[in-house]
Design a protein around this ligand. Structure first.
Ligand code: HEC
Ligand code: HEC
Ligand code: HEC
Ligand code: HEC
Length: 445
């Protein structure tokens, strides 16, 4: 316990002293000497451009990153993304890929490590060369056709000494580990910081690399959304991961200690919280994304399942004639304006949002689009929870409503509805629309 506490305080002290050095006004001539340099590390965005806003307290948003990056002057920081910009290769992923690249440009990224999937998408788009002209790019996934560098170096002046920070990408599954030595060159008189981004990590791999005593910091694929130190806080190499979905920015601070030739490392996850200022230009980039999603008409081109037994969605209003009481109750509640909510934030053309905010989007006869569907299929309607109503209505209520029916937790996930799990009863109370206690089937005669 005592030891833990001591570690904590020490890390904090390093953080504070570096911040103080940063805020001291130094003349903006060529690379002023300082005692620490900050490497901001992000990665595994997996298409998460911005939190959905479904629930308060969500972390993330490309447009909030400047508030973190700009806490350190450009000449004393390195901004690196470790790759996996999107989560697939469908049309929406392609749009997102372009958007992330635009955003990284505005965010002043120094370096992006492209994963194999990133390269595939960039190639299929014909934009690989463009990307490499926007920021430096490295990758371990190079082949005869793809000629990308595997390492990148930038120099800083720390306590009047040149420190060369090298970031290299390596694929231990396709290359012998001995080759790592060739990625890092040392120059006489320069201190080095050698970082290695791996696309797969095992204890064995990390152990063998550690034995080589070349690498200072290894970045492994994420095991959680939050960046982590996977080795001991003071181990060398320091083994870290950068998290997922842009919820955090990893801040690796490298400090030159007083009178010592050693550099000390501290790594902390910085949460991308709602109270950080949104950068205007990046807010515009997200709007451009919404516009592209609309123009590409993704909603209407979504693949759809056929319902079994010829069932069809009929829309919430079709229930009104026989269930007027329920209809009125439902109308006054949150579910009945779930579509308006999307309109308000401009995401009503986005399939990734629509799916939980309308009726039957994944099925034929369900909601298609503003143009193609009546208002009755908008919102979280009766048939989201009770199933498609055609047969029930045709038989004047004799045939019970049937699957597919959604459970609350299909939509109220921990991500989208953080409060739900702890307040299930309260949520349920808020949607009561059936007659209680004694009316048969809740039907108002
Ligand atoms: C998995 C289902 C699901 C998806 C997908 C989804 N939402 Fe939601 N959304 C919800 C739920 C559930 C709530 C209500 C959460 C609560 O109040 O606990 C909600 C609420 C909201 C709200 C807040 C309504 C308010 O003012 O109280 C906004 C805004 C919103 N969603 C926007 C979006 C956007 C934009 C997207 C797409 C990027 C999206 N949603 C995708 C389920 C979803
Ligand atoms: C033509 C009149 C009529 C319409 C329209 C109608 N219902 Fe019903 N519904 C009934 C009757 C009658 C019962 C009672 C059946 C019973 O008590 O066995 C009933 C019962 C139900 C029940 C409870 C039994 C069950 O099937 O689970 C649900 C839920 C229900 N209706 C939902 C809906 C929904 C949703 C719609 C619109 C898609 C709808 N109803 C449209 C007449 C109707
Ligand atoms: C098809 C997706 C979906 C399903 C299923 C669903 N919800 Fe929702 N729920 C939403 C969305 C979307 C919102 C946000 C609506 C808005 O405000 O725009 C919401 C909002 C709510 C709200 C309002 C929250 C608030 O604080 O005002 C409550 C309460 C709620 N849901 C309860 C439930 C319960 C209980 C169930 C299960 C019986 C359920 N929901 C099933 C999508 C769903
Ligand atoms: C968010 C999900 C949800 C939505 C939306 C919803 N219901 Fe319900 N409904 C329920 C739940 C949960 C019950 C509670 C009884 C149960 O467990 O079946 C219920 C009960 C009922 C009952 C009484 C059933 C019985 O067995 O007594 C009727 C009728 C009904 N709903 C009709 C409607 C109609 C009509 C609409 C649209 C205007 C609607 N519901 C919208 C979830 C929903």
């Amino acid at each position: 316990m005592m030891q833990r506490l001591a570690t904590c305080i020490c890390v904090l002290t390093i953080g504070v002293s570096c911040l103080l050095a940063m805020s001291a006004r130094l003349p903006l001539r060529s690379a002023p000497s300082t005692d620490c340099v900050t490497i901001f590390l992000t990665g595994n965005e997996l298409g998460a451009l911005q939190p959905c806003g479904c629930s308060s307290g969500q972390l993330g948003g490309l447009d909030r990153r400047p508030a973190i990056f700009n806490s350190v002057p450009a000449e004393r920081r390195l901004i690196v993304d470790t790759g996996s910009l999107v989560d697939g290769d469908n049309e929406q992923d392609l749009i997102k890929f372009d958007i992330v690249v635009q955003a990284f440009n505005l965010l002043d990224y120094d370096l992006v490590n492209l994963s194999g999937e990133d390269i595939e998408i960039a190639k299929s788009h014909g934009v690989l060369d463009n990307i490499a002209s926007v920021f430096d790019v490295i990758s371990s996934q190079v082949d005869d056709e793809t000629d990308l560098p595997t390492r990148f170096t930038k120099q800083f002046l720390l306590k009047e000494k040149v420190v060369a920070v090298t970031v290299a990408a390596f694929d231990p599954e396709s290359m012998p580990i001995e080759q790592i030595g060739e990625l890092f060159v040392s120059q006489p008189g320069h201190q080095t910081v050698n970082m290695l981004i791996l696309n797969s990590c095992t204890l064995e791999i990390v152990g063998s690399i550690a034995e080589m005593e070349i690498v200072d910091c290894i970045v492994c694929p994420p095991e959680s959304d939050e960046p982590e130190v996977m080795s001991g806080q003071y181990d060398r190499p320091l083994v870290i991961s950068v998290g997922r979905f842009g919820k955090y920015v990893g801040r690796l601070q490298i400090t030159a200690a007083e009178d010592v030739n050693e550099l000390s490392y501290s790594f902390l996850p910085v949460p991308v919280t709602e109270d950080l200022t949104q950068e205007k230009s990046l807010v515009e980039v997200y709007k451009a994304y919404q516009q592209l999603v609309k123009e590409e008409n993704l909603l209407e081109r979504q693949p759809r399942f056929t319902l079994s037994n010829g069932l069809e969605y009929t829309g919430s209003k079709s229930c009104k004639s026989c269930h007027e009481y329920e209809y009125k109750k439902w109308s006054g509640r949150a579910h009945a304006h779930a579509y308006a909510t999307l309109e308000r934030v401009g995401s009503h053309y986005d399939p990734e949002c629509i799916i939980c905010h309308v009726v039957g989007f994944e099925y034929e006869s369900g909601f298609v689009s503003e143009q193609k569907s009546g208002e009755d299929l908008r919102n979280v309607g009766c048939e989201n929870c009770h199933g498609p109503g055609s047969e029930h209505i045709r038989t004047l209520g004799q045939a019970l409503t049937t699957e597919p029916m959604s459970d609350c937790t299909d939509c109220h996930t921990s991500e989208r509805s953080a409060d739900y799990a702890e307040n299930e009863q309260l949520y349920f109370q808020k949607i009561v629309h059936w007659m209680e206690p004694n009316s048969v089937g809740g039907v108002k005669k």
